[in-house]
Write a new protein. Structure first.
Length: 386
């Protein structure tokens, strides 16, 4: 039992990272259909304010997805609280992240097994003392996910900054180091890495202003989907009832037409023709009795026709592939063959549609001379089991 449980835990550890990455990819793919401006207006884009010190000024930039645009430049001596008066209401609610220069952080690429994706930070914490000259207690760190390699391993990057350097940074910029949601860094090209090196205790929690609207819209969407599903179900049921009525009416008409055609055929052929044909092979009643005896349970005939010496059966059966050897033993016919291929009916009973042909045997004492082409049989729908 323990081995089975351990195998299940390992399987979950292997599947969970793939499911999480699949959901994130699915969300990014859906958002990619909307323009960046629409994503920003609807509150679906990941936006933040980026702050950096350049030439005695604090430069503010807005990052929305992959787009980064300037907002405003203010002197370094300006109070961070006075910055709110320069921003509109929407920008004031965005989280603020300070950008460190590329030389302020230490980056190390790593390869990790896929099972480490759920506890990536805990796993990488043990790699800090091996990949950097610092201990885990001496640095603030974060991990960048760079993708999945061909062998299934994760390609990640460890980004660390010494706590001593953070203290110097906070002392240098004073009030600007307060009220931040994160501390990021740029690469050699000046592009943000997308990490957060600020210790969790120093991060300012930001409240999403669109959270309430998103919850309301989500609840309304679910309600509308349920109502649409119920309406669709009602429409399908109504359409099914109409189709069933049409099928029943068509079946009645078909049975009536078949009966009238059989009656007309009987009048044309006459009693003499029927008497002559009766002596050449077994009668229809005898053939029905023989089929009733040989056909297995669960077999339904839709059509039985006799043309000359040829017997044709069309129907449904759960043992369609075994019908040829079952019917071959009868002395009333020979050369039993399946015509065409078996076709699944698609119902829950698991029946296959079949078409069988056989050559009727002449009765003892009768010759094998050719018989004029004629038709005797029943062609119509039936639900009786032989």
């Amino acid at each position: 039992m323990t081995a089975w449980r351990d195998s299940l835990v390992r399987a979950q550890g292997q599947m969970a990272p793939g499911v999480g990455r699949g959901l994130r990819w699915w969300r990014r793919s859906l958002l990619a259909w909307l323009p960046a401006r629409w994503q920003w207006a609807l509150g679906w884009s990941r936006s933040r304010l980026l702050l950096s010190a350049q030439a005695g000024q604090v430069r503010l930039m807005q990052e929305t997805g992959a787009m980064i645009g300037p907002v405003v430049d203010v002197p370094l001596s300006t109070s961070p609280t006075a910055l709110d008066s320069l921003l509109d209401a929407r920008l004031r609610t965005l989280p603020r992240h300070w950008l460190l220069p590329a030389s302020a952080v230490l980056r190390r690429p790593l390869r990790l097994p896929a099972a480490a994706a759920e506890r990536l930070h805990d796993v990488v914490r043990f790699e800090i003392d091996r990949q950097t000259p610092f201990d885990a207690s001496q640095v603030a760190f974060d991990v960048r996910e760079l993708g999945v390699l061909d062998d299934g391993q994760l390609q990640v990057e460890l980004v660390v900054v010494p706590l001593q350097a953070l203290a110097q940074w906070a002392q240098q910029y004073g009030a600007w180091s307060q009220g931040l949601a994160g501390l990021d860094a740029v690469d050699a090209a000046g592009v943000p890495l997308g990490v957060n090196l600020l210790p969790p205790a120093q991060r300012q929690a930001t409240r999403d202003p669109m959270r309430r609207w998103n919850l309301l819209l989500g609840a309304a969407s679910v309600l509308l989907l349920v109502l649409a599903g119920l309406q669709l179900l009602d429409n399908r049921q109504a359409a099914t009832e109409r189709l069933r009525a049409q099928v029943d009416a068509a079946a009645r008409d078909a049975r009536q037409v078949a009966a009238e055609r059989q009656q007309l055929q009987s009048l044309v052929d006459g009693a003499a023709f029927l008497e002559q044909q009766r002596g050449r092979h077994a009668s229809s009643v005898e053939i029905w009795n023989e089929l009733t005896r040989l056909l297995p349970d669960g077999t339904y005939l839709e059509k039985l026709s006799i043309e000359g010496n040829t017997l044709q059966l069309i129907g449904l059966s759960r043992e369609a592939s075994q019908l040829v050897p079952l019917l071959q033993v009868s002395p009333l016919w020979r050369k039993v063959n399946l015509t065409g291929v078996l076709q699944a009916d698609g119902g829950a009973a698991g029946r296959d549609r079949f078409t069988l042909t056989a050559e009727l045997q002449p009765l003892p004492g009768q010759g094998t001379a050719s018989i004029p082409s004629t038709s005797e049989g029943a062609d119509g729908a039936t639900n009786d089991t032989p």
